[in-house]
Design a binder for this molecule. Sequence first.
Ligand code: AHG
Ligand code: MN
Ligand code: MN
Length: 337
Amino acid sequence: MKSYHITTLNEFIIRRQADFPYAKGELSRLLSHLGIAAKIVSKKINKAGLVDILGESGEVNVQGEEQVKLDLFADQTFISALKASGEVCGFVTEENSEIITFEDNLSRDGKYIFLMDPLDGSSNVDVNVSVGTIFGIYRRVTQRGHLAGQEDFLQEGSRMVAAGYVIYGSSTMLVYTTGKGVNGFTLDPSIGEFCLSHPDIRMPETGTIYSINEGHYARFPDGVKRYIKYCQEIDPPTSRPYTSRYIGSLVADFHRNLLKGGIFLYPSTAKAPSGKLRLAYECNPIAFIAEQAGGKASDGEKRTLDQKPTSLHQRTPYYVGSLRMVELLEEFLQQNS
Ligand code: AHG
Ligand code: MN
Ligand code: MN
């Protein structure tokens, strides 16, 4: 008889705990609380066109950008769900200039710190285009029982223990890694469960999609300009010209390239020498996923996950995607210097 058993996120998390023989279930608890928050935020985003939740909240975040209300809703929902798990001692998010800690004993005792972009691509919400949540989880380096400190959050990305994203698209999906491959779960709204739909995701070694905001072309480094021209050249044996696809939500652009093969570029520009994207809670988690799926992420020279952050909200040039495509892009950048 054909089996119709589906694997839910929680079943999967529990099963995977066995991969870490000394695990006490702390990360598992954290991840299941994260799944709950993702469902709440997904529901809210689905209703965004119906209820009076759109529009500017009137506050300006640390990047000097206006926050829409859903950014704040997502921020608060994830923080309170993860605080309730008792496993997180501190948070850094795009919406808060400083570290968030809590005085209660449960929080002080938490083993993990949590970084996130609660709503990525949020300007896309009012035009009904995919947005996401990006997160990275580290073990704290300060002692349990105390408040988390700056040093907990300035760890290299290579020390991450788990990372992932939620994409609120035509379906809501949670994609995450704990360093043993990448798995994707699609939310089945009829049962309210994330179900394993994309086991062991592998990123194609190369692809035919490049994703970049070409409006900034004139300000890009010469190596990037030449790479774009390379992508556009006609050369059927190498499947060129490539296809250009740019949504304007890192999560959505990366997710497509992860499944189909491609490269996402957010270079430094003459106006913004460090680029736009934030190392700690945008670039690093996506880099961890990319590497775990066989892809690559760098700032054009150095591996993204090897950068030692010096401040919580620092930006970095960012190139992520299929291994061969990122390697070639790096060659173009080097030829230029
Ligand atoms: P956020 O909504 O969290 O501020 O992030 C938007 C980011 C990222 O998702 C996207 O790749 C990039 O901004 C798009 O920037 P441009 O509009 O400059 O292309
Ligand atoms: Mn973002
Ligand atoms: Mn954001």
